[in-house]
Write a protein that binds this ligand. Sequence first.
Ligand code: ZN
Length: 81
Amino acid sequence: MSHPRCPGQDMRYWKPEDIFIVTCQFCGGEIEFWKDEPVRPCPSCREEIRNPKIDNGCAKWCQHGDECQGRPRDEGTPEKS
Ligand SMILES: [Zn+2]
């Protein structure tokens, strides 16, 4: 994996606060999120939980944002349901 990362999302600079708990909106269980994970499966109900702190905000201004997102800059946020 030689996926480029923007310095702001490099795990080497992370702090314990960068891992946080999100409550599952489906079953109320707890999901441990890392701050750059957009989605995680709930360990209890297997639903995919979105990271509420990720808004792709970083990618909007970071010059490496397109590489971080792994897609062309112009494509925007895909809406999947
Ligand atoms: Zn759940």
